[in-house]
Design a protein around this ligand. Structure first.
Ligand SMILES: [Zn+2]
Ligand SMILES: [Zn+2]
Length: 185
């Protein structure tokens, strides 16, 4: 069965959602229901388009989902990560649906009628499921910078990724270079 539908954008949605809360500085990007609506609309792309407007309870539910997604990355091993993913899938009522929109019949697992948190839960947990099956749990990472704990899923060929973004890689390289220079002086 082809789950490639869930391999790119949904993984990015999961990563971006976790990173809306800075785990070190506690800086919060989801401060209002509008932020949740904006997050979804900013991420659906050519993905199915849910037209929700989030309210206060959606905001709280999405934050709860976010902390569980974070747990997937903070898990000790694959087994623990799988348990968290499975509980999200179950709570989001992620059940297979035959969908006829777009380029032909295919499967979707997320609700289109329920709530932003359930939609996000099914989409992101399916994305992480496919990422774990195809790449292994060792590809789930946390930024190695001392000032950042953002998460990422490493899609590099040689599994060499250590930082969440180019910004962090550059900053750490510059810091390491300066440290070396100080030693040499
Ligand atoms: Zn579709
Ligand atoms: Zn980082």
């Amino acid at each position: 069965m082809d789950f490639s539908h869930y391999s790119d954008q949904p993984v990015q949605i999961a990563v971006d959602l976790v990173n809306t809360l800075d785990a070190i500085s506690s800086e919060e990007k989801l401060t209002s229901p509008e932020d949740v609506s904006d997050f979804i609309h900013g991420h659906d792309g050519d993905w199915c388009k849910p037209g929700w407007k989030a309210d206060e309870s959606d905001l709280e539910e999405v934050k709860l989902l976010r902390s569980r997604l974070r747990q997937v990355f903070d898990s000790a091993d694959e087994k623990e990560a799988a348990e968290v993913i499975n509980s999200i899938l179950s709570d989001a009522v992620a059940v297979p649906r035959l969908s006829l929109h777009g380029e032909g019949p295919h499967l979707h697992f997320e609700t289109e009628e329920d709530s932003p948190a359930k939609w996000l839960g099914a989409v992101t947990a399916m994305g992480l499921t496919v990422a774990l099956i195809e790449g292994g749990y060792e590809r789930f990472g946390r930024c190695n910078s001392s000032t950042c704990a953002d998460v990422f899923v490493d899609t590099s060929r040689n599994r060499s990724r250590r930082h969440c973004s180019d910004t962090c890689t550059t900053r750490e390289n510059v810091a390491a270079h300066r440290a070396r220079q100080r030693k040499e002086v």
